[in-house]
Design a protein around this ligand. Structure first.
Ligand SMILES: Cc1cc2nc3c(=O)[nH]c(=O)nc-3n(C[C@H](O)[C@H](O)[C@H](O)COP(=O)(O)O)c2cc1C
Length: 205
């Protein structure tokens, strides 16, 4: 019997290269989710123009905002470049400061890269939290090339299990009781070393 879609999850990969470990991580999560989740990928980060506060309208930015707004939860997976968040993703996130599409929305953060993207994850969690998103799970994947096959797909059991666990948490957080979710967000944000004072309160409280 066909399941009923109850949750819409948008995936966003901050890497633009073809053989991307971060996209491979998203593929694992997408494979984990069942028929009660509708997974969509936002694959147009490359088309989003440099952030300009003076800009009044842009089709690609409108589409980015609309896709985020339509999602119940979002999974970000992005590399760390030179000890920081990938510029493509930061640029896209700058466009939604003030428009609020991620406000109180559950999000997951993955960074696959040489050292596990600890700085990229902290910065991504910080900027998402500043924008009101509820970061409910995060995961660093070190040395991804040693955990993937020739086609770039993850084959390492513990890595796949960790991604599946994050994917399960993102789904669970989307439906859990308000205070339980908020406690989870505080745990993740605190562990990342990000100021908890910026965590958005739940809107239905
Ligand atoms: C310009 C550049 C800078 C990088 N800087 C870092 C870094 O600071 N920390 C890190 O862990 N990995 C760094 N890496 C390695 C990437 O994280 C790694 O190549 C990762 O697999 C890229 O993600 P992708 O496979 O999804 O494209 C860097 C790679 C490039 C090309």
């Amino acid at each position: 019997m066909m399941g009923t879609v109850v949750l819409r999850i948008l995936t966003v990969c901050g890497s633009l290269q073809r053989l991307s470990a971060n996209r491979a991580a998203i593929d694992v999560a997408s494979g984990f989710w069942g028929t009660d989740v509708a997974v969509e990928e936002f694959a147009d980060l490359v088309r989003i123009p440099p952030f300009d506060p003076d800009a009044v309208a842009d089709t690609e930015v409108d589409e980015w905002r609309a896709r985020l707004a339509a999602a119940d939860a979002v999974l970000f997976a992005s590399p760390e470049y030179a000890g920081a968040i990938a510029g493509t993703l930061k640029n896209a996130l700058d466009w939604i400061v003030g428009s609020g599409e991620l406000y109180a929305k559950p999000v997951g953060v993955i960074s696959a890269g040489t050292s596990g993207g600890v700085h990229a994850r902290r910065m991504t969690i910080q900027t998402l939290t500043w924008q009101g998103a509820h970061v409910v799970a995060e995961l660093g994947i070190t040395m991804p090339r040693s955990k993937t096959d020739d086609d770039g797909a993850f084959v390492d059991g513990p890595t796949i299990a960790a991604i599946n666990s994050l994917a399960a948490t993102l789904v669970a957080a989307s439906t859990m009781a308000s205070q339980q979710r908020l406690a989870l967000v505080h745990d993740v944000v605190r562990a990342a070393g990000v100021d908890e004072a910026h965590i958005a309160p739940l809107t239905d409280d």
